[in-house]
Design a protein around this ligand. Structure first.
Ligand code: AMP
Length: 310
């Protein structure tokens, strides 16, 4: 049988592209002789996504990437219609990173009967921080993650620390609902000046981008005070943000990595320093995992979870 994958200019095989459930089933069935990792994305791929894919590539026999802009996780006043769509360059990144299969369905393929009546509930952890700013976001996100885990039949799934609350909720879902999948965290990939890579960075004007740097700088300043305890961390981070009035900060928190509750002043151990704010028309989030107390410092990912740093 001839290989169904498109051949690129340099003669290398690109990934198989599946757009329907049948195409996915057929292509998935051909991924034999080893485990399958999935990297779920909304497209507009950048180096952050590429790092997830490359990490998965090193660890698993086969890599499936999903490209799906999930309407269920966007609120009515959010950026679904203007979200960047860059399928050709996404495919180029997938090809270069050695992806076997790209599943790029439309919403009617995923939600065959329209809006699903049954959804995954993120519970209380889905109502704080990002969940407070974006009601229903995490229910919509978990619902599609659950569906894509089922549809791809992946053994492992790779997610970025960049979306810390999302990662926590996916781990919770997998544990609470006994999904047979390993969840792997991948450290945040940043621009050389510290800005966390994000598909939404393309919305930023040149001057917005300068303003946006205060978010990662605030986290860095907080990390610099990690040895001194929670109030020093919060103070150092806040001092950076107050110097940039054009960043409309939604929250800056230092919270426990699994409860997302503010850590008290006596707290020592791992904590999440997270920030969200609007710059121009763009809502941005960023975070840094910290070790608080003696030997305090920034971490790449939390230690009590599977890590892709080793
Ligand atoms: P998205 O396409 O924004 O939904 O992101 C898809 C996956 O890529 C999620 O697991 C994100 O956490 C991850 N991701 C996005 N940006 C970054 C980044 N800068 N560094 C690491 N992972 C990222």
């Amino acid at each position: 049988m001839t290989d169904p994958r498109p051949v690129s200019v340099d003669g290398a095989h690109g990934p198989v592209v599946a757009r329907t459930r049948d195409e996915l089933r057929t292509a998935r069935a051909s991924l034999t002789g080893g485990d399958v990792a999935v990297v779920m994305t909304m497209g507009a791929l950048h180096e952050g996504h590429a790092t997830l894919i490359e990490t998965a590539r090193r660890k698993a026999a086969h890599v499936v990437v999903t490209i799906f802009l999930n309407p269920l996780q966007f609120g009515p006043r959010e950026d679904l219609s203007r979200y960047p769509r860059t399928f050709d360059s996404d495919m180029e990144i997938c090809r270069a990173a050695g992806v076997d299969l790209v599943f790029a369905p439309t919403p009617d393929v995923i939600y065959q009967d329209g809006d699903p009546g049954v959804r995954i509930s993120a519970g209380p952890l889905g109502t704080v921080l990002e969940g407070q700013a974006r009601p229903g976001h995490f229910d919509g996100m978990l619902t599609v993650v659950a569906k894509l885990l089922h549809l791809t039949g992946a053994d492992s799934a790779y997610f970025g620390q960049k979306d810390a609350q999302q990662l926590l909720l996916i781990r919770r879902m997998v544990r609470d609902l006994d999904f047979p999948v390993d969840v792997v965290s991948v450290p945040t990939v940043r621009e050389p000046d510290g800005l966390a890579m994000s598909s939404r960075n393309t919305y930023l004007t040149e001057s917005d981008r300068e303003v946006a740097l205060c978010l990662s700088r605030a986290l860095q300043a907080g990390a610099g005070a990690a040895g001194e305890g929670p109030s020093a961390i919060r103070r150092a981070a806040r001092a950076v943000l107050v110097r940039e009035p054009l960043a409309l900060v939604d929250y800056l928190v230092l919270v426990h990595p699994s409860t997302l509750e503010d850590v008290p002043e006596w707290y020592r151990g791992e904590a999440l320093l997270a920030v969200a704010g609007r710059v121009g028309t763009t809502r941005l989030i960023d975070n840094v995992p910290l070790l608080v107390g003696p030997g305090g410092r920034a971490l790449e990912v939390f230690s009590d979870v599977d890590s892709a740093t080793t």
